[in-house]
Design a protein around this ligand. Structure first.
Ligand SMILES: *Cc1c(COP(=O)(O)O)cnc(C)c1O
Length: 408
């Protein structure tokens, strides 16, 4: 499979982590922090050189002027999430973008005040959502609603989600789910959920932290109100990299939506007239607040270029193969010591497999890490591993499973 892999050479575009003996690690942690593209440093150095040589003039006169630097990422970002360019912007960070989106799209009333999230949503999302509920004078005890799997199951069933929305939708102001659940790796039916939610008059948003760069997305067609994501997981933009944000076209000219404004969201043509009144620029860019962190954007250019060259369709095909192979190998050695909680259907998962360990999982994970096998341990019992098609191989998968079973 590796010999026939048309994407195999992309591994050489990345700084593959080494063990202390100088061998390549098996890095299965691209769901948390993607590896560094080798070209990232040249983009960073260019910004530093422009700062050295041009200082403030670099805003307009650098080779890639800082004033519009974020737009260098717009086309490729739009392609990755299946959006129109005007519907996306890279800015801030994920949780902050989530707050900004809730300011505009979580508009609770006494009849309709709930936010629907998945049980065990990523903690930052839970804190953000609860604080928004408090901010509007409501109580999470009555305004936060959680989707819960059936007794004895780990993942949510599509029909249960839709039934819940149908039953409770009239009281739900906002449905906010992960595109891919970070703990189980389950892919949600974003098209179906959006349709069901909007049929009930709910706003719908997705957190795509674990979906973007992992599975194909068609946000424009699915038409949720908004989506947010980070660019440092599958997208390899570097630690604390600038996040992404999608606002559907039907809202991007709705200049009367409430929002927390700043000068970078102001109409660009009159921004430097420095007037007192805010006139949002059309499109998702109208939600920008501050001038862009150019140094944090630079490495993302390197990564998105690689994605554009590799193509998400081909990456997804390889990803399905890698993950399927990992599952196949693990099932060759059935054991009561572990189970896979990620859905077995390739269409309902991305690159990640979540392996639940009955006991001593943390020790096992630490031992593998000492051998250069890097996954992610989540308390209380889950080992999350992702074979990333840009830089992992079938051989990595094979060696991982051998090491895992031996350590088990
Ligand atoms: C990674 C991740 C975050 C991290 O939030 P930051 O604001 O980027 O620190 C938040 N939510 C989800 C679902 C994540 O997977």
């Amino acid at each position: 499979m590796d010999a026939r892999d048309p994407l195999a050479h992309f591994r050489d575009h990345f700084c593959v982590l080494k063990t202390k003996h100088g061998e390549d690690c098996i890095y299965f942690c691209g769901h948390s922090l993607g590896l560094q593209p080798k070209t990232a440093s040249s983009y960073l150095e260019q910004v530093l050189r422009d700062w050295t040589g041009l200082a403030v003039e670099a805003h307009f006169h650098a080779q890639s002027p800082w004033i519009s630097y974020h737009r260098l990422l717009t086309q490729q970002t739009a392609a990755l999430v299946g959006a129109e360019p005007a519907e996306v912007v890279v800015m801030n960070s994920l949780t902050l973008n989530l707050h900004l989106m809730m300011v505009s799209f979580y508009r609770p009333t006494t009849q309709r005040h709930k936010i629907l999230v998945e049980r065990g949503a990523f903690p930052s999302d839970q804190y953000a959502v609860k604080s928004q509920i408090h901010f509007h004078g409501f109580d999470p005890a009555t305004s936060l609603m959680e989707l819960t799997p059936r007794e004895g199951e780990s993942c949510m069933r599509d029909e249960d989600i839709e039934a819940l929305i149908d039953r409770e939708g009239d009281s739900i102001a906002l449905i906010l789910l992960g595109g891919v659940n970070y703990a189980t790796g389950q892919v949600f039916d974003m098209a179906g959920i959006t349709k069901a939610g909007q049929g009930k008059g709910c706003a719908v948003g997705f957190d795509l932290a674990h979906a973007v760069g992992n599975i194909p997305l068609r946000l424009h067609d699915w038409a949720p109100d908004f989506a947010v994501w980070c660019n440092y997981k599958y997208l390899n933009g570097g630690p604390g990299c600038v996040g992404g944000c999608f606002v559907h076209e039907r809202h991007t000219s709705a200049l009367d939506l409430p929002r927390f404004a700043g000068w970078w969201g102001h109409d660009e043509k009159i921004r430097f007239q420095m007037g007192p009144d805010f006139h949002p620029t059309p499109g998702a860019e109208g939600w920008q607040v501050s001038n862009q962190p150019i140094l944090a954007l630079a490495p993302l250019r390197a990564s998105l270029e690689i994605f554009a060259e590799a193509g998400l369709e081909r990456l997804r095909a390889k990803s399905v193969s890698l993950t399927g192979y990992m599952e196949f190998l693990l099932h060759q050695q059935p054991s009561t010591k572990f189970s896979i909680i990620t859905p077995p259907d390739a269409a309902r998962r991305g690159a990640q497999l979540s392996i639940r360990l009955r006991r001593d999982g943390r020790t096992l994970c630490d031992r593998l890490a000492a051998e250069g096998v890097i996954g992610d341990w989540r308390e209380p019992d889950t080992f999350r591993v992702a074979a990333v098609p840009l830089y992992n191989s079938h051989q990595d998968v094979y060696r991982f499973v051998q090491g895992f079973l031996a350590a088990l």
